[in-house]
Design a protein around this ligand. Structure first.
Ligand SMILES: Cc1cc2nc3c(=O)[nH]c(=O)nc-3n(C[C@H](O)[C@H](O)[C@H](O)COP(=O)(O)OP(=O)(O)OC[C@H]3O[C@@H](n4cnc5c(N)ncnc54)[C@H](O)[C@@H]3O)c2cc1C
Length: 378
């Protein structure tokens, strides 16, 4: 089944990636999601219980399979960063709802996510709360009829496109307290919600979500009050390995581009590939990528089996994203001037892969998690 999913994502990439190039960001994003929906890949981002794909024993029916997410993201990223991000955000943004939403809210929202009609977003980061999520300052105050939220979220993927945000806010305590954080379902048309878009180095719909007296009904609290950090960490724990898989996808493409270019381009009367130093580079790129793939496979298998796999996930994310950045950098070097010419494939891959070392926990945060786990075990 995993190979079949990778093949389907590959087919989609081959047939639609080129048509997304050169479009405005929002148009490309909408087109990418529509293509993913037509190819029936979006259901893999939502549990089978809530209308998602039949995971066929890969994981529990109330969950999403990390092996499936990884196979799909690796193939999608090989072809297009936009296909990759629009695919995974449907899962990342809706997972807190699948995990902790009432049956009524899940039934209302998740089928629309599966059909690609409702765009999802996940909002943790704030100007003062990046690597340290517990520093969240956005406040949610209880009222007679529900909640009022005030604060600002930043670097939110799908900002402005999303139909809803799953959003972490503080219901009690002070910034820095682990307790007192709660998760909310926030529709984009909630009164008091505004967005400000900005651009990052690769095409990626992103921006700030501003909440000023934003009113929500009581039932939009997901899970219990104070359960927000647990829900946020469970969401990241499920999706983080797939960031590593996407990194491998971008870098595999860069390696393939390098091999083709080194064979075709002649300097000093012979193909670049005739230089042993460059051939060694290719071997090194391949072996590091294979090691990354094996770490991804190990982490995905462990998470699907129901384990927390804290060390495995951190290892996979750290090694795959750092390796992929290095591989894409080597590919740029192999292309010489063409490697930095805007619009060439390796130039795009170099930009696409960079943010993966930052979002869903930076490389340094992965090192903190991994070393913490190693010290705990010993
Ligand atoms: C393209 C993109 C998409 C994103 N999408 C989303 C999204 O959809 N939703 C969302 O909530 N957020 C999103 N983010 C935000 C992302 O999760 C944060 O940028 C990330 O967690 C890092 O936070 P920060 O940018 O505030 O960096 P900081 O936390 O300020 O870190 C700056 C640097 O210091 C290092 N550092 C921090 N603390 C330590 C420490 N204790 N020890 C050693 N080094 C440390 C970091 O590793 C980093 O290198 C996105 C970011 C990007 C770039």
């Amino acid at each position: 089944m995993i190979e079949e999913l990778a093949r389907r994502a590959d087919d989609l990439g081959l047939s639609s990636a080129a048509s997304l190039e050169g479009l405005g960001e929002d148009e490309a994003a909408r087109k990418a999601l529509a293509a993913l929906s037509r190819a029936e890949l979006v259901p893999w981002t939502v549990p089978q219980r809530d209308g998602g794909a039949e995971a066929g024993g890969l994981c529990a029916p109330d969950n999403v399979s990390v092996r499936a997410l990884c196979a799909l993201r690796q193939s999608l990223a090989y072809h297009s960063g936009m296909l990759d991000v629009m695919f995974v955000m449907q899962g990342l943004g809706s997972y807190p709802l699948a995990l902790a939403g009432s049956a009524e809210l899940r039934a209302q929202v998740l089928p629309e996510v599966v059909r690609g009609e409702s765009v999802a977003a996940f909002a943790l980061t704030e100007p003062g709360a990046g690597s340290n999520v517990t520093a969240v300052e956005t406040r949610a105050r209880k009222t007679a009829s529900g909640w009022i939220l005030d604060g600002r979220k930043t670097f939110i993927s799908n900002c402005g496109l999303a139909r809803f945000y799953t959003l972490l806010a503080r219901t009690s305590g002070e910034p820095g307290d682990k307790e007192g954080l709660s998760m909310f379902f926030v529709p984009d048309d909630a009164w008091g919600l505004d967005v400000e878009r900005f651009e990052v180095m690769a095409p990626h719909p992103i921006g700030d979500v501003i909440l000023k007296g934003c009113e929500l009904p009581a039932e939009f609290l997901l899970g219990e009050e104070g359960q927000g950090l647990e829900i946020a960490l469970a969401t990241l724990g499920r999706f983080r390995t797939s960031v590593a898989a996407a990194a491998v996808g971008f870098a595999r493409r860069a390696l393939d581009e390098s091999i083709e270019h080194l064979g075709a381009r002649k300097q000093f009367g012979k193909p670049l590939a005739a230089n042993q130093g460059l051939r060694f580079d290719v071997a090194e790129m391949d072996v590091r990528l294979r090691a990354a793939e094996l770490l991804v496979e190990e982490a995905a298998r462990e998470v699907d089996a129901g384990g927390a796999a804290v060390a495995e996930v951190a290892r996979a994310k750290l090694f795959a994203t750092e390796t992929a950045s290095w591989v894409c950098d080597r590919a740029v070097q192999h292309f010489g001037g063409l490697g930095v010419k805007k619009g060439t494939m390796v130039e795009r891959l170099f930009r696409d892969v960079r943010a993966l070392r930052i979002y869903e926990g930076t490389s340094e945060v992965q090192k903190l998690i991994l070393s913490g786990e190693l010290f705990r075990r010993n």
